[in-house]
Design a protein around this ligand. Structure first.
Ligand code: AMP
Length: 542
């Protein structure tokens, strides 16, 4: 029997309309590329979003058209998110840290019609202009006074809005209509496009708001360090207006000192980002011997959060929520806020639980062996992780080959991660399948080794990669950035690993480097490290 309920299509513009009406005084504070600090309320943002939609329509943007952005976190980027999607077009966020070749590939593959860019990226686009499609219209996200002298034919963002009506007749769209496009640059091959729908994005915003109330609640002031050009800033531009939280947009300055100052001056209560960012803030906190006064929660994801980092913040009164996800998952897949009974566990047990990646409503998980058979959720079995849910891609944009490789016979998406799931349902990511080290037929988790090595006070950051070995197939090499003047030896590292691992799992080599290469999304690039150490030879392997 069918239920007798209305079926109103889910639409992202409704999130902002609601915020404008109900949370009208919550604000978006932006450190702008022009150098100033800009403030606008959700009510003002909704009005400007309508003006922008009129401006884009005047440029000929219509339903289904792809409008690209190349921009930092800021109010104009936020307005673009809603105006583009709200009018039925698709907001294609481009990661400026991609290589020139990848950028040209995705702009061409997405068939972008308009590209809106921040001032910072004018030189980048000047250099690429020759290789970009002729019919691409450029909009510079600034006002007339800041328009630079450039050979590019640039329209001015603020002029697009000037004089336009502050309301727009937002179309009612089928909820499966595409609204956002984000390419994920796998380690090899061309980037692949995740094409989000209004439905997937609204549901993801609802799931994340319900599951992460400590960050997302009315009156909260959230600083998304995670960029809007990387999977929609983990959904914060949708979740924050929904609950009435203010967004503190950091612009391009993401070093520890700038973040600390902004957190203090804007009374930030929560901040989300990848572990490398929290290393920078950690240094600043240690230097000043103080924590930003209102900071209550950090969400850490994108790569495994080392336990020593979780402990650093937790012992200073900042709650850490360890989250896992992927571009293909909108992106949050799980989050590790502890259920009430676990919150009173002794410190050690709590930190162990917080090192896992947790769980979230709306995402089903399964782990399978090499033959695709399901493995138990007993905390012991380790297998390849597959996911299913309303915020997860059913395929890649215009890429049947990559789609075929990613979706299994039951319709689940293969993450490429290897994990266990414990009896509480908590996910524990062991590694990317391709980063695991196979030694003498046994697997060693590079993430586990890194986590424990990071506990050594002489290690500021590190990564473990597999190096081929004549006898054992592969053996782990630890590549570490020393902290300050420290020069830890391999024996020192082995000493902290004692008791955590069997001796055969210890790294066989240690290389000290000044810094680790990062990917476009701020993770340590193991691909680059593998290339850099391709000629590395074990002393006993000839
Ligand atoms: P991206 O699509 O760029 O967000 O990358 C997704 C990948 O990042 C996942 O498949 C994981 O390998 C990795 N990842 C994200 N969050 C975590 C986490 N908390 N712990 C370990 N790996 C993570």
């Amino acid at each position: 029997m069918q239920g007798l309920m209305m079926n109103q299509p889910l639409s992202v513009i409704e999130l902002l309309r609601f915020a404008a009406e109900i949370h009208g005084s919550a604000e978006i504070v932006s450190v702008r590329t022009e150098g100033d600090l800009h403030r606008e309320t959700y009510t003002q943002a909704f009005a400007r979003t309508a003006q922008l939609a009129h401006g884009l329509r005047a440029l000929g943007v219509g339903p289904g058209d792809r409008v690209a952005t190349l921009a930092w976190n800021g109010h104009r980027h936020f307005e673009l998110y809603y105006a583009i999607s709200g009018m039925g077009a698709v907001c294609h966020t481009i990661n400026p840290r991609l290589s020139a070749e990848q950028m040209v590939y995705i702009i061409t593959h997405a068939e972008d019609r308009v590209l809106c860019l921040d001032l910072t990226f004018v030189p980048l686009i000047e250099a690429l202009a020759e290789q970009l499609p002729d019919n691409l219209t450029f909009v510079l996200m600034t006002d007339r006074a800041h328009m630079p002298d450039t050979p590019l034919d640039l329209l001015c963002y603020e002029e697009l809005l000037d004089g336009q009506p502050e309301s727009y007749d937002w179309p009612v769209l089928p909820e499966d209509t595409a609204m956002g496009l984000c390419y994920t640059s796998g380690t090899t091959g061309n980037p692949k496009g995740a094409l989000f729908s209004h439905r997937s994005t609204v549901l993801h915003a609802l799931f994340m708001s319900v599951t992460l109330p400590r960050s997302l609640h009315e009156g909260a002031r959230i600083l998304p360090v995670v960029p809007m050009f990387h999977v929609n800033s983990w959904g914060l531009p949708y979740g924050a207006p929904l609950v009435g939280a203010s967004l503190i947009m950091p612009g391009p300055k993401l070093d520890g000192a700038s973040l600390f100052d902004l957190m203090e001056s804007e009374q930030v209560t929560a901040s989300w980002g990848v572990p490398t960012v929290w290393l920078g803030l950690r240094e600043e906190i240690a230097k000043r011997d103080a924590v930003p006064s209102k900071l209550d929660q950090l969400a850490i994801g994108g790569s495994a959060a080392p336990r020593s980092m979780i402990e650093f913040y937790e012992t200073r009164g900042v709650d850490v929520c360890h989250a896992w996800g992927m571009t293909e998952m909108s992106p949050i897949g799980t989050q590790g806020q502890l259920p009430v009974p676990m919150q009173s566990l002794p410190f050690d047990a709590r930190m162990a639980a917080k090192s896992k990646q947790g769980r979230m409503f709306g995402v089903d998980l399964k782990i399978v062996d090499e033959d695709g058979a399901r493995l138990p959720h007993d905390g012991e079995a380790i297998g390849e992780l597959f996911v299913r849910g309303n915020g997860i891609v059913s395929g890649y944009f215009n890429n049947p080959e990559a789609t075929g490789a990613a979706i299994d016979a039951e319709g689940w998406f293969g993450t490429g991660d290897v994990a266990s799931i414990d009896k509480n349902g908590f996910l524990y990511i062991q590694d990317r399948a391709k980063d695991l080290i196979k030694s003498g037929g046994e697997w060693i988790s590079s993430i586990d080794l890194e986590n424990v090595a990071m506990a050594h006070p002489g290690v500021a950051n590190c990564a473990v990669i597999a190096i081929p070995h004549q006898k054992w197939d592969e053996r782990p090499l630890l590549i570490a950035v020393p902290a300050g003047e420290a020069r830890p030896s391999l024996e020192d590292i082995h000493a902290v690993m004692e008791g955590h691992f069997a001796r055969w799992q210890f790294p066989d080599g240690l290389e000290l480097v000044d810094e680790l290469p990062l990917t476009a999304t701020g993770k340590v690039s193991k691909l680059t490290l593998r290339q850099r150490f391709a000629d590395y030879r074990w002393a006993d392997a000839g």
